[in-house]
Design a protein around this ligand. Structure first.
Ligand code: SAM
Length: 305
């Protein structure tokens, strides 16, 4: 399978300046974030975050999203994940269920990516979000420059392949839009989800489970597994680590371990260095932790027993 992409940074980052001052700033940032926060404060941070998760309120109104959120996870999708799925049903059109889609950036990213990688692949993404207004907005496929460009990893190639531009408006190309449909659905309503979407070989529910209370997140996870065909794949970045280990082991899911650290770190790009102070924060990658592969993987396969 062809799977090579040029990840030249497109995002308009301020130039670092160079020189001694910049080197000093980068060294200071490294010491503060990687040494002080990630190592010296780690036991305290883990303890505080666990307590926060037990006690805090969550919100279903948090709709942050962006295009090209994790390019390495997309590589995983168009590489090992598709290879796994296509050995089972090489000729059938690929049905994808994507829950909690926000304004559609994630669904359009995946559609554009799959078209770029495999122009002949037949696939359809049924995307949904809790809020009907979000689903309608996503279906419109229109984005401001800020929404379209706001990604650490945006590339010129991806922008050109995904959008038609009309002044400051970025409109998703019709040939990408035709691969995606949108509706409203609650990830906690398992019967409705199954009724409406049926099972799909690939089910994606990212950056939503950490917005649910632990019991609800566990229930939603079971719904996601039930929506996935036997020998299907689940993508779930944005889920509490302890619960991820517990639920993926309980459901006997096997993690995709390729590029584990890189993918996990990309999913933390928007996490503040003091991650333990926000419930949606996630710990730094800790390879020595028990069940590290289940803990940090963002994609899992369901094998028939
Ligand atoms: C942070 S956004 C994630 C968007 C996208 N999946 C991504 O990863 O970029 C969380 C989304 O979950 C949706 N959401 C919250 N609770 C939900 C529920 N119970 N069922 C379905 N969607 C929900 C919100 O409306 C919001 O659009």
């Amino acid at each position: 399978m062809e799977n090579s992409v040029n990840y030249q940074h497109y995002s308009a980052k301020l130039p670092d300046g160079g020189g001694e001052a910049s080197l000093f700033r980068r060294a200071a940032k490294f010491i503060k974030n990687r040494v002080f926060y990630d190592v010296l404060m780690l036991p305290y941070a883990l303890h505080r975050h666990r307590r926060l998760l037990r006690d805090c309120d969550r919100t279903s109104e948090h709709t942050y999203t962006c295009f090209l959120r994790s390019p390495s996870q997309l590589q995983l999708l168009s590489g090992p994940i598709l290879e796994f799925l296509r050995t089972e049903a090489p000729q059938e059109p690929l049905n994808i269920t994507l829950l909690a889609c926000s304004n559609g950036a994630e669904a359009y990213t995946i559609a554009s990516w799959l078209r770029l990688q495999f122009p002949a692949l037949a696939f359809h993404i049924q995307a949904s979000d809790l809020h009907p207004a979000m689903a309608e907005r996503a279906a419109a496929g229109l984005f401001s420059a800020d929404e379209a460009l706001h990604s650490e990893y945006m590339t010129k190639d991806f922008l050109e392949a995904t959008f038609d531009r009309d002044g400051q408006l970025y409109s998703v190309k019709p040939q990408i839009r035709e691969h995606v449909s949108f509706s409203s659905a609650n990830i906690l309503d398992g019967a409705d989800l199954l009724d409406r979407f049926g099972q799909a070989p690939l089910v994606i529910a990212q950056n939503v489970l950490f917005h649910l209370k632990p019991a609800d997140a566990a229930e939603a996870f079971v719904n996601i597994v039930n929506l996935t065909t036997p020998r299907g794949v689940i993508m779930v970045e944005g889920m509490d680590q302890d619960l991820r280990v517990e639920m993926t082991q309980q459901c006997k899911l096997e993690p995709f371990t390729e590029d584990l650290r890189t993918i996990y770190n990309e999913t933390r790009v928007h996490t503040p260095p003091n991650w333990w102070q926000v419930y949606w924060g996630s710990e730094p990658f800790l390879p020595f932790r028990a069940h590290a592969e289940h803990r940090y993987a963002t994609a899992f396969r369901k094998e028939p027993h």
